[in-house]
Design a protein around this ligand. Structure first.
Ligand SMILES: [Zn+2]
Length: 225
């Protein structure tokens, strides 16, 4: 496993970034940052996934974007003093490397490619948050669950995922009973298998057929990663 964004930035720094990075364990359910916290470090997941969530006054916060092995938490911090706009919660445990934003900022000043990659990264999260707002308004619960599973698998780079139905329901602002019924339907169709919070995609094409397509729109926006 690797984090592709980190690997490219490290190459552009001539290997300096790796020497400045710290290994950080991602513990499922832990809060890495809260909305309003100053961005002081970038966190690059090596495995696992971080969910950015907004409290909109409901039973639980809803997810606005996810950060996996192709991206990083806090990329906008490389361009000057700024603050987290959402809570960053480790959704799927793993390991990460974290680097002080000041070091990444130095690299962004000296390398146009690094700067472009970081801007692209920040734009991707903004685009994802905007698209998901439209997705929630226009697409069915089943389509959104299928799309969420595909995005989560893409973010973690794995066809298996640890996520309870309660977590998925919370991320999408759905009732848990709805997610249970949808997951059972997908399982009966042979698209996924799930057992005690462990979800595996058994037939990706079938799951794609049930999804709304927002995961593919996002994947296109997230190129070159
Ligand atoms: Zn959608």
């Amino acid at each position: 496993m690797e984090n592709r964004l980190f690997s490219r930035l490290d190459e552009l720094s001539g290997g300096l970034l790796k020497g400045l990075a710290h290994r950080e364990e991602l513990v499922t359910g832990s809060v890495l940052a809260k909305a309003g916290d100053k961005i002081d470090r970038m966190v690059f997941p090596w495995s696992g996934m971080i969910s950015l969530q907004l409290d909109v006054g409901g039973k639980s916060p809803v997810e606005v974007t996810m950060v996996g092995t192709k991206g990083a938490l806090g990329s906008q911090g490389a361009f000057g003093e700024c603050y987290h706009v959402a809570n960053a919660v480790c959704q799927t445990g793993g390991v990460s490397l974290s680097v002080a934003v000041a070091h990444v900022g130095d690299l962004a000043q000296s390398s146009k490619e690094a700067r472009d990659l970081l801007v692209h990264q920040a734009q991707c999260y903004l685009a994802e948050a905007s698209l998901l707002a439209g997705c929630a308004a226009a697409h069915s619960a089943a389509q959104r669950v299928a799309s969420w599973l595909l995005r989560a698998m893409d973010a973690t780079g794995s066809s298996e995922l640890w996520a309870t139905q309660e977590i998925i329901a919370g991320c999408l602002g759905l009732q848990r009973a709805s997610v249970t019924s949808i997951a059972r339907h997908f399982s009966d169709k042979g698209a996924i298998t799930y057992r005690r919070g462990r979800i595996r995609i058994a037939d990706r094409e079938l799951l794609v057929a049930h999804a709304c397509g927002c995961q593919e729109r996002l994947a296109r926006q997230k190129q070159p990663f």
